[in-house]
Design a binder for this molecule. Structure first.
Ligand SMILES: [Zn+2]
Length: 343
């Protein structure tokens, strides 16, 4: 069995993957047919071309046009349920924390109560139908400033979906100072949510320090620039702060110039806990399976090594203890079966 086949069948958990950013061409086609006036291609071939990754600016264009196609609670429900189907059936995912940005949906006219019901309905159906356990992270779209942060905190505190586990911060880092969101993260954490901001993707290690010191980050989205700061690496390792590494995304957005320059190995050698993730997989022409292959290449991992990455993601997740135990046992069983088959 090839390493890619082993990875494809390996039971996995994903911690850094965006809700709308996971919409595949198949799902977007369904949304585009529901809302033909939006101007997104409704034919499969045209959609495939539209989705082809060209550069970061085009990715933003694709991302925003998909955001704009999610107009009704039923769109939210369908998107969530179909994303879950593809995660479970295509990537052998057993657990995922989906980063949702409710602010952009509410802005487009979906009341927060209806939004919450739609994602929760999809979650319960997906667990029943695909055996995939979903949890939510609500993230502040940083570019929309304090108004978005206030609204997102309100949704998290006063309209909380049952499966909400984390509070995040996404969008561009340049020109969006992190300290302005300190009180939002304090309130979210006081209510029992985990702090999982993006940081150090397109800015220097100072942003990662801000995420750790001001926002109380337990995990960091990306954290690429932490590799330039040995003191920060030591701190992350000592405090058990986990990096959600997204190798293909980092290449696509230009956070690294070549995949060979990706700091994944630096993190591991510094003793920092890393997890492997796909971020916005169809829009970066990747998948979690592919990102595991990339990580295996960067770290020279064999089957036992990639199974180790899968176990780390389960342990670094905010899944209920019984779910963690079950998936870890599934990983053990899978490895034992594969070892048995090849001996
Ligand atoms: Zn992200």
């Amino acid at each position: 069995m090839s390493l890619s086949d082993f990875i494809a069948g390996l039971p996995k958990a994903e911690l850094h993957v965006h809700h709308v950013g996971s919409a595949s061409p198949r799902i977007v086609q369904e949304l585009a047919q529901r809302h033909p006036a939006a101007g997104v291609p409704t034919e499969a071939e045209a959609l495939r071309r539209f989705f082809e990754f060209r550069d970061f600016a085009h990715f933003i264009e694709v991302y925003l046009s998909v955001v704009d196609l999610v107009r009704t609670p039923e769109d939210v429900r369908m998107l969530t349920y179909e994303v879950a189907r593809e995660m479970a059936q295509g990537q052998a995912l057993r657990y995922a924390e989906l980063t949702c940005t409710p602010y952009t949906s509410v802005l487009r006219g979906i009341p927060i109560q209806a939004y919450t019901e739609a994602i929760e309905d999809a979650r319960v159906s997906a667990e029943r139908d695909f055996g995939l356990v979903l949890r939510w992270i609500y993230d502040i779209p940083g570019e929309s400033g304090i108004a978005a942060a206030d609204a997102t905190l309100d949704y998290a505190l006063n309209h909380r979906p049952e499966a909400l586990v984390g509070f995040g911060l996404g969008g561009p880092e340049i020109g969006v100072p992190r300290p302005q969101f300190q009180s939002h993260f304090e309130a979210a954490r006081a209510s029992g949510l985990h702090s999982v901001p993006h940081a150090g993707e397109t800015t220097d290690a100072g942003t990662v320090w801000d995420a750790v010191r001001l926002l109380g980050a337990e995990r960091i989205g990306h954290g690429c620039s932490a590799a330039d700061d040995p003191e920060l690496l030591d701190h992350l390792a000592d405090q058990g702060i986990v990096l959600e590494v997204c190798p293909t995304s980092n290449l696509a957005t230009g956070a690294v110039d070549t995949i060979e320059e990706h700091p994944l190995r630096t993190f591991v050698e510094a003793g920092v806990t890393v997890t492997i993730n796909s971020d916005d997989p169809p829009m970066f022409a990747t998948s979690l399976n592919h990102d595991y292959e990339v990580a295996a290449g960067l770290l020279d991992l064999d089957e036992a090594g990639v199974a180790g990455l899968a176990r780390t993601a389960v342990r670094a997740s905010f899944a209920p203890a019984d779910v963690k135990t079950r998936i870890l046992a599934e990983i053990d069983d899978y490895c034992a079966d594969q070892a048995g088959a090849s001996s």
